[in-house]
Design a protein. Structure first.
Length: 226
């Protein structure tokens, strides 16, 4: 039901489909140091073509700006940026609620990964971890012990994924040339992504990546940004 589904329905879902389900996890919202929402009665609203969202019993949101959810009488939605911080079961969220149907699988593999920049080999190994993530193309991650880390330096760029955690970016330096944000890693991922903790993944739009990936040619790595 997302904007970029990997599969399809037959017959196609009508554009107005909405799926709503109970979500009995503790959801908290803070403004400053004040707790404005603290509930285990939230709903998850899956709306075709839209980001996943919460719906709350109207009496749970106090004076926060909200609007009714037509498909769930008595429930209202609160804009994500109406509060300073959202937490689900004590875990801070960024940008959107985590989808309980979104899955991460990290598997040890012998798929080869070769990364070069200006003919300099950065990594060439078949000791990799392949990360499968719902609806997204797979990626190969590699232990930094197998990488020319002397060519890498940490950049100021950061990112965040509700399923893989905070991302650290790395640039490649070759002589006087800097290739910004050519790789990333997750130094402290949640449990489902622990097999790639600290491992590096390379951006095929920044450096030349030859990766044995499902559905990819021998000379092209497929994938999405972290």
């Amino acid at each position: 039901m997302g904007t970029r589904p990997a599969g399809w329905c037959t017959p196609p879902l009508p554009g107005a489909v909405v799926y709503i389900e109970p979500h009995p996890r503790r959801i908290e919202a803070f403004v400053g140091g004040d707790t404005l929402i603290d509930t285990e009665r939230a709903l998850l609203v899956h709306r075709a073509g839209h980001a996943l969202s919460y719906a709350f019993p109207h009496e749970e949101v106090g004076e926060l700006p909200s609007h009714p959810v037509a498909e769930a009488p008595g429930y209202v939605a609160v804009a994500w940026d109406a509060v300073d911080a959202w937490f689900e079961e004590g875990r801070r969220l960024v940008n959107y609620p985590p989808n309980p149907y979104h899955r991460i699988d990290c598997l040890r593999t012998r798929r080869r990964l070769r990364v070069t920049a200006d003919e300099t080999v950065i990594v060439d190994t078949d000791d990799t971890v392949i990360l499968f993530e719902t609806a997204l193309a797979p990626r190969l991650y590699v232990n930094p012990a197998l990488v020319r880390t002397d060519l890498l330096h940490r950049s100021q760029t950061t990112g965040y994924c509700n399923y893989k955690g905070a991302a650290t970016y790395w640039s490649v330096t070759l002589g006087g040339t800097v290739i910004a944000d050519a790789a990333w890693s997750y130094p402290d991922p949640p449990p489902e992504s622990l097999p790639v903790k600290g491992f590096l993944c390379f951006d095929p739009t920044k450096v030349r990546v030859l990766a044995e990936l499902p559905g990819a040619s021998e000379t092209t790595a497929r994938g999405c940004e972290p």
